[in-house]
Design a protein around this ligand. Structure first.
Ligand code: SF4
Length: 508
């Protein structure tokens, strides 16, 4: 089995390059003022849950690489560490992947070097394996003349056990990602033919996976039997197909939404058409409700429900559950925008934007050398003093994870003159770690696992703090409770997790 993790490209002579890449490279924004000697440093938004990964695949379009690029561009919120695209013209497979954002990695020239009518792409935030070039996806290997590429969103809870077994049988792993076990399992069963290899290999997996796989001539989409992560099918204007994590990717490339890939479905697309196999008995769904709360884009429909509308309903139900006497309601943009809108409309409290977001802050900026309290917060969100002065305000947040970001933001509102600061959270207290592809810290780092609601309010410097009830969240999300994974709130894990598992557990 040959691993092809290095980026490569072949130059294709094309004059008509299809839709143009209007998106420029992103830039970092330096801090202002007298900062003295400085150091460029990474400034992730600490205290927020991290996105997982996003996948996009195209079958049957001459600009497959470019359409995949745009699909990944729309899915960038699901992973900002690395991105990659693999393409095939039916015989020859090409790949390019690197660390960084989608528009930083791909240029017109690089996309021209990815020929073919089929493609699979991936944006990554590492939930298993460190953030490193060896851990970028799609993963690609060649085994006995067949090339197989894999792009995975989710986490396998039995990856350590599977990898140990495979290593005992002679497999040599080259990455720290759980997804690599899929390649080894597929290689070991390849002689059975595609359908049996898929069924046999995936029967070993436990956990969350929305996966795109590609050989030289076949695109395969697989969703785990619980359907933790979203995955949808769309049709392109020319009749070709697209499979993507969220419907916002379909919109950007003018594809028509057809349906979700069903939990437990394996969808196989070739030149001969499309077919599905369902190898497992139907199970109770385990849709990740946090996709609705925080992860997915509001313009996407997730699990058949529009995210914008669901978040607005969370705010409306908060207004019913937690009425507060105040002057206005505001979000910390952009996280609580839609729930704040719902709260305002349902309660009659005016909606104001009491903090303004600097949209041009990149992931990297120059650190101030002198101590500038809450600099990281203020560089992104600055309070509108004249609006906040002597006002009683209600903040709507989508979640509180560690509480560190919220504490600085509340202090910033107080410094700007707010008389009372109340906070409403559009989900219940997050008390348990996630083992299914979301980088929630271990429960020891989750503030709600250690403190009561009153203690959290004290820690954040609030006059009051209220969370949406679990029943309210489920009502807002739109499907019955039995359809969701709610483990980070109620501790009921739909698939038994491996408690020894952590992000670096498979690092080599
Ligand atoms: S534990 Fe929470 S974040 Fe993880 S899959 Fe379940 S609902 Fe989603």
């Amino acid at each position: 089995m040959t691993n092809s993790n290095d980026s490569s490209s072949t130059v294709l002579d094309t004059q008509n390059t299809g839709p143009s890449l209007a998106c420029g490279r992103s830039s970092s924004i330096p801090g202002a003022g007298d900062t003295g000697p400085s150091l460029a440093c990474d400034q992730p938004e600490s205290g927020r849950p991290r996105h997982e990964c996003g996948v996009c695949g195209i079958f049957g379009h001459k600009y497959a690489a470019k359409l995949t690029y745009f699909g990944l561009y729309a899915l960038q919120h699901r992973g900002q560490e690395s991105a990659g695209i693999v393409t095939s013209d039916g015989k020859k497979v090409s790949i390019h992947k690197d660390m960084g954002l989608v528009p930083e990695i791909f240029t017109e020239t690089i996309l021209k070097g990815l020929p073919g009518h089929m493609a699979v792409g991936h944006v990554r935030y590492s939930t298993t394996g460190s953030s490193h070039i060896t851990n970028t996806q799609p993963l690609m290997v060649t085994h006995k003349g067949t090339t197989l590429a894999v792009a995975h969103n989710g986490n396998l809870v039995n990856a350590i056990e599977l990898r140990h077994d495979l290593e005992e049988k002679g497999s040599i792993f080259q990455t720290g990602m759980d997804s690599e076990v899929i390649l080894h399992l597929m290689a070991r069963t390849a002689h059975l033919g595609l359908d049996l290899a898929l069924t046999d290999s995936f029967s070993c997996l436990k956990g969350a996976y929305s996966i795109l796989m590609m050989t030289q001539d076949t695109l395969v989409a697989v969703r785990d039997p619980g359907g933790f992560r979203p995955l949808c099918l769309g049709q392109l204007n020319n009749g070709g197909w697209v499979v993507a994590s969220e419907t916002c990717a379909l919109d950007l490339i003018e594809a028509k939404y057809v349906r979700d890939i069903e939990p437990g479905e394996m969808l196989i697309i070739t030149d001969d058409g499309m077919r599905s196999i369902f190898p497992w008995p139907k199970q109770k769904p385990s849709f990740c409700i946090f996709e609705q709360v925080y992860f997915a884009r509001p313009d996407s429909d997730i699990f058949g429900i529009n995210v914008y509308q669901a978040r607005k309903r969370m705010g409306e139900i908060l207004a019913r559950e937690c009425p507060i006497d105040a002057d206005f309601v505001m979000p910390f943009p952009d996280s609580g925008n839609y729930a704040a809108l719902g709260y305002s409309q349902a309660s009659g409290l005016p909606l104001e934007m009491g903090m303004i977001r600097n949209h041009y802050v990149g992931r990297t900026f120059i650190n101030p050398t002198q101590s500038m309290r809450d600099f990281n917060v203020r560089v992104k969100l600055n309070p509108v003093r004249s609006l906040l002065q002597d006002k009683r305000i209600v903040i709507v947040e989508d979640s509180i994870i560690r509480g560190t970001t919220g504490k600085s933001r509340v202090r910033s509102l107080r410094d700007a003159g707010a008389k009372e600061v109340h906070m409403l959270v559009s989900c219940p207290p997050t008390r348990n770690a996630c083992y299914y592809g979301i980088d929630f810290p271990s429960s020891t780092e989750l503030i709600a696992a250690k403190r009561s609601v009153a203690d959290i309010a004290d820690y954040l410097g609030l006059d009051s703090l209220h969370y949406l009830s679990l029943e309210g969240l489920v009502e807002a999300a739109g499907l019955g409770k039995e359809n969701y994974c709610l483990a980070c709130f109620d501790g009921n894990y739909p698939v038994a997790p491996d408690l020894d598992f952590h992000k670096g557990a498979l690092d080599i």
